[in-house]
Ligand binder design. Structure first.
Ligand SMILES: CC(C)(COP(=O)(O)OP(=O)(O)OC[C@H]1O[C@@H](n2cnc3c(N)ncnc32)[C@H](O)[C@@H]1OP(=O)(O)O)[C@@H](O)C(=O)NCCC(=O)NCCS
Length: 365
């Protein structure tokens, strides 16, 4: 097998009308709309766009938001499960277990009609923030906080996490995080979810597949890796030494490089702007400065060593945003999943609507 095809690089596996990426020009669109424009919308509108395929008008958006708000609550049985998971397991493992248990308790679990699948989708999108916030509350020895229906999807998440209504800038930052994390074509977790969908398994099974794949440090787990790296580097003046050391030992620097984007990830720039706004609001540019120094050091040292540049990817400045929002590293992948779930669901529907089981061949050696 050609080495290049290892990791299915550049293999076009299917058609999609959900996401367009131009990796050379750094363009990303969901359903034909530039990510820079999507970022200005509420998360609920982007979630609707991904799942239903069109931008909602005001009436449709209000109805969708109402449904999501009414489905934010989780049962005491699920909370009991999360309490048990608290002992030693990673946040993402607890979230995955809670989604498994939610499936058991959903009377429509094995009903694959369009109506039942839409109901389950709304439940999944609505409950993810509550599940993630509850995981965090138990892990930090606190009781979970009930959802607040007055708040947006993102603001309510931060409220349930910390028990305090976020500032407008913080609420905007987490909404944008969910939007920028919501969809990215055939990334590993979405591809694995589509394989599960192609077997005609139920939507919970598919989303759980996505969660499992997101966990790895080369995918969604990189965000946690970047947060840990920021702690380790600690000061801007340590950044260059850190990068040199990693490159010398042929180790990956988390949050850099991308399989598809060769001239920079457009989401990294948007996340960088969000991080700057949070830093300005707090009057504390520390983590922003550490990150910028890492970005510049990585660019120049990688260029010196390999003769080509490397750029931050989506996870790099997302991690800086989480630092300012005081989201701990252990929660980073679960927060990523909270945004991504709408994209996963849209791919489930697309696969389901025009299905053929995904079953490639291997070269026997
Ligand atoms: C994203 C990623 C998995 C893409 O992988 P890929 O397309 O298979 O690219 P490779 O891992 O083969 O990297 C190609 C080359 O660049 C180097 N490289 C890529 N990303 C690097 C990084 N973050 N740090 C150091 N070197 C890196 C590799 O060592 C390799 O060098 P070589 O050609 O001398 O062997 C990879 O860049 C990576 O592991 N990044 C860090 C993890 C991360 O941030 N993941 C989130 C992705 S959104």
């Amino acid at each position: 097998m050609q080495d290049k095809k290892k990791g299915l690089e550049d293999i076009v596996a299917m058609d999609t009308s959900i996401c367009f990426i131009d990796g050379i020009q750094g363009i990303l669109r969901y359903r034909g709309i530039e990510v820079e424009q999507l970022e200005q919308m509420p998360y609920d509108a982007v979630s609707y766009l991904l799942i239903y395929g069109t931008i909602p008008d005001q009436q449709e958006l209000d109805a969708y938001s109402r449904k999501l708000k009414s489905e934010r609550y989780i049962s005491s049985e699920i909370l009991d499960v999360l309490k048990v998971c608290n002992y030693g397991s990673e946040a993402l493992d607890s979230l995955r277990t809670a989604v498994c248990c939610s499936a058991h308790m959903d009377t429509e679990k094995d009903d694959s009609t369009m109506e039942a699948n839409m109901n389950k989708s709304i439940r999944l999108v609505a409950k993810f923030p509550t599940l993630v916030a509850s995981v965090y509350r138990y892990k930090t020895g606190q009781l979970p906080i009930s959802p607040n229906e007055e708040l947006s999807h993102g603001a309510n998440f931060l409220y349930m996490l910390k028990g305090q209504v976020p500032t407008a800038i913080e609420a905007d930052a987490i909404e944008k995080d969910f939007i920028l994390s919501a969809e990215h074509e055939l990334n590993p977790s979405t591809f694995s979810l589509r394989i599960t969908a192609s077997t005609m398994a139920d939507i919970y099974s598919a989303v759980i597949t996505g969660l499992c794949t997101l966990k790895g440090p080369l995918h969604g787990g990189a965000r946690k890796g970047v947060m840990n790296m920021l702690d380790e580097v600690a000061l801007p003046e340590n950044a260059e030494r850190y990068v040199l050391d990693k490159l010398l030992h042929r180790q990956k620097v988390m949050g850099f490089g991308h399989r598809v984007y060769k001239n920079g990830d457009p989401r990294a720039k948007l996340f960088k702007d969000i991080a700057k706004k949070l830093a300005d609001e707090r009057g504390d540019s520390h983590w922003y400065d550490v990150a910028e120094k890492l970005e510049h050091s990585m660019y120049s040292k990688f260029m010196e060593e390999k003769g080509r540049p490397i750029y931050p990817n989506v996870d790099f400045y997302a991690a800086v945003v989480y630092k300012y929002l005081e989201i701990p590293p252990e929660l980073a992948t679960s927060v990523f999943a909270t945004g991504r779930v709408s994209g996963w669901i849209s791919h489930y529907f697309e696969q389901y609507a025009n299905n053929r089981v995904i079953r490639p061949r291997a070269n026997y050696i």
